[in-house]
Design a protein around this ligand. Structure first.
Ligand SMILES: [Zn+2]
Length: 208
């Protein structure tokens, strides 16, 4: 549930709100954009996205444990998309809500020796070896956790239902060649279908 453009405590969701000052003018969202943080922790991402020096933010950050933190109200433009284009629109911050997932992104090394860009070890079971749609080359990507994906799906469905969002897309869709997130480890097709279906069901149950 959303009240006054903030996620409310509801149905297993216990969102926290950290007010980031990194936001712009009013927003009427049409799209939901999924990202990964390319960082080491949700706490670190939240601190960075609340730091004026970053000139970046997102509406929501979802930790690997499924924790949900909202940084910017949904009726304000967060700074997550950057230079971007989708369906004839330029600068998707003006018409989208952004969700960041705590995830290290593209990894270095190989089986038994996967590392993040900042040289932290990643266990083989936390790695998805998959091709990115841009180049088809199989690389190691940090896997998302089931709890994180479940929380993201719940939050996304609530947002899509509340604002009549028309589509769920990736940062790589709107900034191809510049951005690779949320990357091939994110199950976009399944996620998108589930979110749109859940939002539709929620809308049909809503009074009025
Ligand atoms: Zn991104």
């Amino acid at each position: 549930m959303i009240r006054e453009h903030r996620l409310a405590v509801d149905q297993g969701l216990a969102p926290e709100f950290f007010a980031s000052q990194n936001f712009g003018g009013s927003l009427k969202p049409e799209f939901l954009v999924m990202h990964y943080t390319a960082g080491g922790s949700a706490q670190g991402a939240i601190a960075w996205l609340c730091n004026p020096a970053s000139k970046a933010s997102a509406h929501v950050v979802i930790g690997r444990d499924g924790s949900v933190t909202q940084l910017v109200p949904f009726n304000r433009q967060a700074w997550h998309a950057g230079r971007s284009r989708w369906q004839g629109r330029n600068g998707l911050n003006k018409c989208s809500i952004g969700i960041e997932l705590d995830n290290a992104g593209l990894l270095n090394g190989g089986p038994g020796k996967w590392r993040t860009d900042w040289d932290t070890v990643v266990r083989d079971e936390d790695v998805a070896e998959l091709p990115h749609k841009f180049d088809g080359i199989v690389r190691g990507w940090h896997a998302y956790t089931p709890g994180q994906l479940a929380a993201a799906q719940a939050v996304a469905a609530v947002i899509v239902a509340e604002y009549g969002i028309v589509d769920v897309i990736g940062h790589d869709d709107i900034a191809p060649g510049r951005k690779t997130d949320p990357g091939p480890a994110f199950p976009m097709a399944v996620f998108r279908a589930a979110v749109l279906e859940r939002a539709e069901a929620a809308r049909s149950l809503a009074p009025g």
